[in-house]
Design a protein around this ligand. Structure first.
Ligand code: Q9C
Ligand code: ZN
Length: 705
């Protein structure tokens, strides 16, 4: 099991044979650049290679008319003049004598990828293909596209594999109107596309690309268009679109397969898109999609015309597919006014068709005053920690710079376990950490936890990470399973924290005894701060008290998912009830936890499961999986040693990068859970702008991000 890379070098053959400034950007070097970068990053070598085959004409016929297929077949023997004359019959298309061969290879590549994923040969994969497909229609080439690779794949998944629900995510910067037309009345295919639109002034200039086109007949609500009306959309805008539009609908739809029309002309530097999203963004988008369909994702190249940006974005996508951590998202996590208007409009247009939107605070179209006045923030802002981080020379920035040079830690996941947890089956890639911090240090921290004595803490902060962690100490040897003393568990926890902040280990899970859980969390927070972390996100489930002496200075964002009621103690101390239904849980995660987590841009995420955490295993897995995003995968989970081994198992798998299991059938959120989310959003969105789902006066006039 792994990630498939489907490709055939023949797909470099098709190219423009005459002068055409519009078409010349769709060139063979695109594939060479993407493949070259994958090799250079060592990613290509980690994929399972599948050589593309030519699709049969019957397979092309799943979507295209026989006459159109025959016409394209006929181009193989045409001369340049005739090819050019035929190309002029279509909008932004060129034919080459190899077009039919390449087009069949492109379709065949995607079919092989779908077969590999749906037979369980691989988890997921990427097809690097030319020509692209999403503009192609039943009987027409369009926008560099000849055959509709992704649409044929969806039809194939229905017919050959009996699938009933397929999600197509089209993150290319152009509207895939071809896919939209093919499935507009089909409720078994949910088509989501964002695209540069500029109120209809951008190619392909179609009114049906706007947010109010939602599909027809049985397919109403299964076409989702998010038009961008300005250029310059960036990471925060794309992330907001996923969190507030795509993910709620897609979770409710509950797809069996996700197809990505993966065009990278939506990335920074692209001459067509003129957008600002950085390559990492596509890794994060991929990671988020992995919570759907059990991680069965087939990504298919569409556009992308800035060779370096394309190549880097492809690498980030493949890293996420492989389960590697993705580098943190850069830039201000504030969606721009125009993006929020678009998000607001598509939510309003789709609300009649989706429970997950209907039950939320969907503002009316083009409302300019949606900012709620109920529930004002209870405390003033304690200074913007993000600006502070930029101004200070943090000791952690040195560590993080080092990690930039070696972005993937040698150990992806390490766990400290006690005798109680021996039933946990370990992947060969998950390390059972035997190392412990020095006895004197552990004892000092244990004393500190007992007394909260500051003098002890000062002694400890002078210890450098390298003193504590020497290379080669991470070993997979099993030790005799005697029960661990509390100090020993703390020593291991400290050692693991050092490993994570030092870049040796990406994520970890530490066992703690129930009585020591709160104290250990307290020590972990102080230790991370003493090592120079600027921001630590604590996601606490169940009853675990927030340390009384913890300063509310913006360095800790404390999210307690357990509270009897939704409460904003401060902008950095929030409590919310654990929703009762799948739909309620999903909107809590996508609509509240993730927007705040990404907006905070933490150096580390601590997840602590206290007593009565109330999480079912699939919920715990989803939470752990998505919390890998905001801090580049640096997550430490604290688990009570008496926890069910099944819970430990799903957490390890999720933190390791495996796709979480499905939450089960969608059940709409209760009225109470809906109201809790709305009230928290209203109280928090002035500070946490990623929570916004609608444009408001306070962001009006803000330029491109
Ligand atoms: N400056 C794909 O990305 N030209 N096709 C638009 C606007 C056509 C794009 C001109 C762009 C086709 C797959
Ligand atoms: Zn495109």
């Amino acid at each position: 099991m792994g990630t498939a890379l489907v490709y055939h070098e023949d797909m470099m053959a098709t190219r423009l044979l005459w002068d055409d400034s519009e078409c010349k950007i769709e060139c063979p070097e695109r594939l060479a650049a993407a493949l070259g970068s994958l090799r250079q990053c060592g990613l290509e070598q980690r994929c399972l290679h599948v050589t593309a085959r030519e699709a049969s004409e019957a397979e092309l016929g799943l979507v295209h008319s026989p006459e159109y297929v025959a016409l394209v077949r006929g181009t193989q023997t045409l001369g340049t003049e005739e090819l050019q004359a035929l190309s002029r019959q279509y909008d932004a298309v060129y034919f080459h004598p190899s077009t039919f061969h390449c087009g069949r290879l492109a379709v065949g590549a995607v079919l092989q990828l779908v077969d590999a994923v749906l037979t369980g040969a691989v988890h997921n994969g990427l097809a690097l293909v030319r020509p692209p497909g999403h503009h192609s229609q039943r009987a027409a080439a369009n926008g560099f596209c000849v055959f509709n690779n992704v649409a044929i794949a969806a039809e194939h998944a229905k017919r050959k594999h009996g699938l009933h629900r397929i999600l197509i995510v089209d993150w290319d910067i152009h509207h895939g109107q071809g896919i939209q037309y093919i499935f507009e009345d089909d409720p078994s295919v949910l088509y989501f596309s964002w695209h540069r639109y500029e109120h209809g002034h951008f190619w392909p200039f179609l009114p049906e690309s706007d947010a109010d086109t939602v599909g027809q007949g049985q397919g109403r609500g299964f076409t989702v268009n998010l038009p961008w009306n300005q250029v310059g959309m960036g990471n925060a805008d794309y992330l907001a679109a996923f969190l507030h539009v795509l993910l709620p609908l897609a979770s409710e739809f509950d797809p069996e397969l996700v197809l990505i029309s993966a065009g990278f002309d939506s990335a920074i530097g692209d001459p067509e898109g003129q957008m600002q999203a950085t390559p990492e963004c596509f890794g994060h988008l991929t990671q988020l999609l992995q919570v759907l369909a059990g991680g069965r994702i087939c990504a298919v190249l569409e556009g992308g015309y800035h060779l370096e940006s394309l190549a880097q974005s492809v690498c980030m996508t493949v890293r996420a597919l492989l389960g590697d951590p993705v580098p943190v998202l850069s830039g201000p996590m504030v969606p721009c006014h125009s993006a929020l208007e678009s998000i607001q409009n598509v939510r309003a247009a789709q609300a009649p068709h989706w429970k997950s939107l209907r039950q939320q605070d969907v503002a009316p179209v083009l409302s300019t005053s949606t900012h709620s006045t109920e529930g004002k923030p209870l405390s003033p802002l304690p200074g913007d920690p993000i600006c502070k981080a930029e101004a200070e020379v943090a000791s952690l920035s040195f560590l993080l710079d080092q990690q930039h040079l070696h972005p993937t830690p040698p150990v992806r996941m390490a766990i400290t376990l006690t005798a109680a947890d021996t039933t946990l089956a370990l992947s060969p890639h998950v390390l059972r950490q035997e190392g412990s911090s020095p006895k004197w240090e552990t004892e000092a921290w244990a004393r500190w936890a007992g007394q909260a004595g500051e003098s002890v803490m000062i002694t400890c902060v002078s210890v450098s990470v390298t003193d504590v962690l020497s290379p080669g100490v991470w070993s997979a040897h099993h030790r005799p399973h005697e029960s661990l003393a509390q100090d020993e568990a703390l020593g291991k926890l400290l050692y693991l924290l050092n490993g994570i902040l030092d870049g040796q280990v990406n994520s970890g899970m530490a066992a703690t005894s129930a009585p020591a859980a709160a104290a250990n969390l307290d020590v972990a927070i102080q230790r991370v701060l003493s090592l120079g972390a600027q921001r630590v996100l604590c996601v606490v489930l169940g009853h675990l008290d927030r340390p009384l002496d913890l300063a509310d200075d913006g360095r800790i964002l404390w999210l307690n998912i357990r509270g009897k009621e939704a409460a904003t103690v401060s902008m950095f101390h929030v409590s919310m009830p654990l929703p009762e239904t799948t739909g309620g849980f999903q909107s809590c995660i996508f609509g509240l936890v993730l927007p705040m987590a990404y907006g905070f841009q933490p150096d580390l995420v601590l997840v602590a499961l206290g007593p009565d955490h109330g999480l079912q295993e699939p919920q715990a897995a989803l939470l752990a999986a998505v919390l890998r995003g905001p801090a580049g995968g640096r997550v430490l989970a604290l688990l009570e040693e008496k926890s069910a081994p099944e819970l430990a198992q799903v957490l390890v798998r999720a933190l390791y990068g495996e796709a979480p299991p499905s939450l089960g059938p969608f059940l709409a959120a209760s009225l109470e859970d809906r109201q809790a989310l709305m009230s928290l959003r209203a109280q928090l969105q002035s500070r946490w702008e990623m929570l916004r789902v609608a444009a408001s006066e306070s962001t009006e006039g803000r330029g491109d991000s």
